[in-house]
Design a protein around this ligand. Sequence first.
Ligand code: GRG
Length: 317
Amino acid sequence: MADKLVADKHLRYILNLMAEKKKESFESVVMDHLRMNGAYWGLTTLALLDKLGSVSEDEVVSWVMTCQHESGGFAGNTGHDPHVLYTLSAVQILALFDKLNILDVEKVSNYIAGLQNEDGSFSGDIWGEVDTRFSYIAICCLSILKCLDKINVKKAVDYIVSCKNLDGGFGCSPGAESHAGQIFCCVGALAITGNLHRVDKDLLGWWLCERQDYESGGLNGRPEKLPDVCYSWWVLSSLIMIDRVHWIEKAKLVKFILDSQDMDNGGISDRPSYTVDIFHTYFGVAGLSLLEYPGVKTIDPAYALPVHVINRILFTK
Ligand code: GRG
C-alpha cells in the first residue's frame, strides 16, 4: 500500500530506461519500433515532475530529428517508416524543449494535411488505415504548429461526429464500439477546434463515470473490462473537457494509481502488483496531474502537454 508518489524513484526508473546501458533490456527491445512514443511518455513525465533538466536536451533533439523523413513525417526510431503516431510525439517532444523553431513547419504540416481523406477522416500513413486516433493527432499537431488552416476542419469535425454512438461515446470509425481511448481522441479534437457543443455531455459523462470500479477505485476503458491506470488519463481528461469530472470519486482513483507504483524501483503498472512500464508510468503521473496531486505540474487535457508548455506555444507568436 502506498500513501505517496515516489517521484524520485520514477525519475531514476525513466533515466535508467533512457540510458544507453539499458538498451538491451526487455522493455527497451520491445519498444524499439515506437521509441518516439516512449520518449514522449518518459519526457512528459519528467516535465510534470519538473525534472526535464535531468536529460541532455541536445542528445534528445538531435535523435528526434534523425527520425524525420523526406515526406516531413517522423518515424518511431531511426531507419523506420514515418507515421502520424510518431509525428505527434516528435512535435510534442520538441515543444517540451521549446525547440519547435528547428522544424520545417511547412514540410511537417503538408505531410499531415496530405493524409486527410475526402470524407474528412485521416489515414495514419501512406498505407491508409483510418482511425479517429489519427483525426486527433492531425488536429492536435496542426494546432501546435498553428497550421489548422491546411485541412478541411469542418469535414474533419463532421467525420468525428459521425463516429458518435447512441451511448454518447465515440469509436475508431462510424459504428465502432465506444472506447475511452477513442473518446479522448474525439473529445480532444472537438475541444481543440471549438466544437464541444457537438458532444452530448450528460450522456457521455454518465458513460465515462461508470468506468470507475467501486472496489478498487480504478477506471476501465469500456464495460466489463479490468481497471487500468492508463484510463486515469483517457477517461479523466475527457471528463474534464466536458466539465463532468466531479462525477467520479477522485480520492479512490488517486489511491488506485499510487497503489500501482513499484515502491522500490520506480515506475507505475496497469494495476496494483503488475509489472511497471513507461506507458503506465506516464499515464499514471498524468492522471495524478489531472487530479491536482501536490507537486505534479498541471497537464492540458486536450493537448497532453504541461499547461506551461501549451501556454508558451499558443499565446506567443
Ligand atoms: C498524445 C495522449 C496522446 C495520445 C495520442 C495514440 C493516441 C493519440 C491515442 C490512443 C487512444 C487509445 C485507443 C487508447 C487506448 C489504449 C489501450 C490501453 C488500449 C487497450 O485496448 P484493449 O482492448 O484494452 O486491449 P481494454 O482495456 O479495453 O481491455
